[in-house]
Design a protein around this ligand. Structure first.
Ligand code: BGC
Ligand code: NOJ
Length: 803
């Protein structure tokens, strides 16, 4: 069943009913000011950091879910309704939500009044702008009372929801015409404030939430709205809000437009105030003036659309597979941008308060993002590398606002360092910018410790080589990619965090997955060394790769698939010797991609993967699921069977299998898997899948779950980047390389070819792939040996590839 449809021409997903199984959200903003917005207009905004600079409030565990956030009320006679259905919950005569790239539009009609609410964060602006158009489609005059409301968060989202003995005393606002300024803590150490404003004269306001709502009432029925009035409350502590009230008279056929603006301002320390405790509003005034008219708003929205069209034009495909095209050309790339911006911080599942930017997460997100805005990718790589320690290990996370490593989570995730090689190599292959390797980059952000980035990569590898266990395989540390396989944790304390609990130093638990990573990225590093004239180092690294490859063949191969690990007692995990958890997906993906054991082992590992882990939504993470808690395994066995790391389809690593299929040149296998969980392909199962049909979710409950097929944790998942890599570089086979663009498709029998346009190093490559007798590559009309299109200075290059 579907709750909407894709409008590819508009690059929108159109939701046709408000009661989607879960809130279906969108992201606004691209740099400093960000908003989450659901299909009923809920959500919240923050500046750069969803924990430390939360602008509006959101209650994750609220019932009903997703109420509050942005509230609009239209009062028409006895009826009060909201253009996006919530919070008023009045049944609408017509409802539609169109989520586009960086904007959302809500259309709601009631009793002859049509509302259209467009919400976006214009580029280069620290402000969300909400354009509300109300049109009288009835035959009689309409006198409407309209409210727009925001509830302020007192900046630090954790403190805001915990430290009430202080917080209920500190809320402060200023009111100036149709603008409410939120200035809690500005009187002391903060130099930032927020504002909510409308571009028309207001009839009244409220800034104290409880006065506006009234006792025993929620957002669906504020007292002020019921009375069609405002109490002109001025917040003093408690919960400050901005509730703006306007009256509109609309003749039949007439429409009026209002612009509501939610902004964030920072002032220099010496220019905070205009007079005693009165904030300096100069910047806010300028921002409001820049978005005071409909024409200004429309121009900004057009600019945003043009921006996205040009960004996405860097990679577009036309094939016989409409759904593949839709994912590749629009939604997968869009999600890559969102994961790049957010890492795992703020979604409807990630509260924005728990995790900052993850080291491995951000490195992997870059793989799907480097082709979009390489300059931002470069900056990100340096930020990430700067939290690494001198011994090559690294903090696991950092806060985006401070860019400092997060000491609460600490280090010890032994896969982390290797991902830095993955993203740096991907960046250089995309851009040819070897200068990044010379970029002075500190350890642990300490001034004076800067070394060239290349040295960070070198230490990443060395860390793995120097931390190996009894079988010569890399030590797993706290955990590798699978955060929940905690082999040194042995936690028996209820509620203790598996991520941060003290670890037993077994010196024994080893990861076959990290071995696969080392072989894959060690080879990439050696190739990089060759490019920059470090041939001796390349030879040394290849020797280490060979060692670990041999150890993997000897101790990591189980007979029909790759084992997962060795535990702290040197027992195999992910082996037919185990009763549960006999096979895991991760080493099948990485060891096959790394070429360990060649195509022969690859094909066998994939056949086992499909036979034991395959379901209709993809490949499950392990099988059989753990049915009991085991302290020597950790969090993985804490989940009920079929959920999360204990046997769901953990989408992130499915594209590894797709790529593994491509490694052994099995196009049917690759595409067969791709289709099983690519959102557009399962749109018609939305009542089972439940999360948004236009983005990947982290996890889809497995066969053993009570809710088989149900997805959770939409949006912020490494699935976005890896799926884009799998489809673009694996199935379509377009791979940037140091000296050219590789065109090496791995198509299923059902696809005869495709046309593709790819911007690469300043040249637009127009690629046509087709099947035919005369296999080969033709570049600008001339045959070229191999499958690499050489670099060129020409603006356009025509490529024909026959397969
Ligand atoms: C989740 C993992 C996540 C980890 C770290 C666990 O509870 O299952 O997916 O990576 O927490 O936050
Ligand atoms: C989510 C985390 O963000 C990611 O880093 C981890 O690899 C997966 N969960 C698997 O546990």
């Amino acid at each position: 069943m579907q709750y909407g449809y894709f409008d590819d021409a508009a690059k929108e997903y159109v939701i046709t009913r408000a009661d989607t199984p879960l809130p279906w959200i969108n992201y606004l903003g691209s740099d400093g000011f960000f908003s989450l917005i659901s299909n009923t207009c809920g959500g919240y905004s923050f500046y750069k950091d969803a924990k430390l600079r939360r602008i509006t409030r959101f209650r994750y565990n609220n019932v009903p879910h997703d109420e509050g956030g942005r509230c609009f009320y239209v009062c028409d006679g006895d009826t009060v309704w909201s253009p996006a259905f919530l919070p008023a919950k009045t049944a609408l005569d017509f409802y539609r939500c169109r989520h586009g790239l960086g904007y959302s539009v809500f259309e709601g009609n009631k009793n002859g009044v049509a509302a259209s609410l467009t919400v976006t964060v214009p580029m280069h602006t620290d402000m969300e702008v909400q354009k509300l158009v109300l049109k009288n489609e009835s035959g009689a005059e309409k006198k409407l009372t309209v409210y727009g409301v925001s509830e302020w968060c007192l900046w630090n989202a954790v403190d805001d929801s915990t430290n009430f003995q202080r917080n209920w005393n500190i809320g402060e606002v200023e009111i100036e015409g149709g603008t409410v300024y939120h200035k809690t803590e500005y009187r002391e150490r903060r130099n930032h404030y927020a504002f909510y404003s409308v571009n028309a004269p207001i009839d009244g306001f409220d800034t104290d939430r409880d006065t506006f709502l009234g006792r025993f009432r929620g957002w669906s029925e504020p007292q002020a709205v019921e009375n069609r009035t405002s109490f002109m409350s001025v917040a003093a502590g408690w919960a400050p809000i901005a509730a703006l009230r306007l009256s509109l008279t609309l003749a039949p056929g007439e429409s009026k437009t209002l612009l509501f603006r939610l902004g964030y301002v920072e002032n220099p320390e010496d220019r905070k105030f205009e007079s005693l405790n009165i904030i300096n509003k100069e910047k806010a005034h300028a921002m409001l003036a820049a978005f005071d008219t409909e024409a200004q708003f429309d121009a900004a929205l057009d600019a945003l659309k043009t921006y996205w069209t040009s960004l996405l034009s860097r990679f577009t495909v036309q094939s016989s597979e409409e759904k593949l095209d839709r994912m590749v050309n629009i939604w997968n790339q869009y999600q890559c941008m969102v994961t790049f911006n957010m890492s795992r911080s703020a979604s409807y599942y990630e509260s924005g308060t728990g995790r900052g930017m993850g080291f491995r997460d951000s490195c992997q997100d870059l793989l799907g993002f480097v082709h979009l805005i390489p300059e931002r990718a470069r900056e990100r790589i340096i930020d990430i590398a700067s939290i690494q320690f001198a011994d090559g290990s690294t903090y696991h996370q950092y806060q985006p606002l401070t860019k400092r490593g997060n000491a609460d989570v600490g280090s010890g995730f032994n896969d982390d360092p290797l991902w830095l090689i993955a993203c740096t190599c991907a960046y250089i292959r995309e851009t040819g910018d070897f200068s990044i390797l010379d970029e002075p980059t500190p350890f642990n952000n300490e001034a004076g410790t800067e070394v060239p980035l290349m040295e960070h990569l070198r230490r990443s590898l060395r860390y793995t080589v120097e931390h190996r266990g009894p079988h010569g395989l890399p030590l797993i540390g706290r955990a590798d990619w699978n955060d929940c396989l905690n082999l040194n944790c042995f936690s028996r304390t209820p509620g203790e965090s598996f991520q941060t609990c003290s670890n037993f130093k077994s010196g024994k638990a080893e990861s076959v997955f990290i071995a696969g990573m080392f072989v894959k990225y060690g080879k990439e590093y050696a190739a990089l060394c060759d490019r920059i004239g470090l041939s001796e180092e390349a030879t040394d690294v290849r020797a280490s790769v060979e060692e670990i490859e041999q150890a993997t063949l000897k101790f990591g191969w189980d007979g029909e698939w790759f084992r997962r690990a060795y535990d702290a007692f040197e027992r195999p995990i992910g082996s037919r010797e185990n009763d549960e958890g006999k096979i895991f997906i991760e080493p099948q993906g990485f060891c096959v991609m790394a070429g360990i054991g060649g195509p022969e082992y690859g094909r066998r590992a994939l056949a086992s993967t499909e036979a034991l882990l395959g379901n209709e939504f993809g490949i499950e993470v392990l099988h059989p699921c753990y049915t009991e808690y085991h302290d020597y395994l950790g969090e993985i066995s804490s989940y009920p069977p079929g959920y999360k790391e204990n046997g769901s389809v953990f989408c992130h690593n499915n594209p590894w299998i797709t790529l593994a299929y491509c490694t052994v040149k099995d196009g049917n296998g690759a595409f067969g898997l791709y289709k099983r969980n690519a959102p557009a392909y399962i749109e018609d199962k939305s009542e089972i899948h439940r999360t948004e049909p236009y983005c990947y979710s982290q996890t889809i409950a497995g066969r053993d779950a009570k809710t088989y097929g149900e997805a959770k944790n939409a949006w912020l998942t490494g699935t976005a980047a890896w799926s884009f890599v799998a489809v673009s570089q694996g199935i379509l086979g377009i791979r940037p390389d140091y000296n050219g663009l590789i065109v090496d498709p791995c198509l299923p029998d059902t696809m005869d070819g495709y046309r593709l346009s790819r911007l690469f190093r300043g040249t637009r490559y127009d690629v046509t792939v087709r099947r035919g007798e005369q296999k080969g590559l033709i570049v600008n009309g001339k045959p070229v040996p191999g499958n690499t299109v050489p670099l060129t200075d020409a603006p356009v290059c025509t490529v024909e590839r026959t397969i």
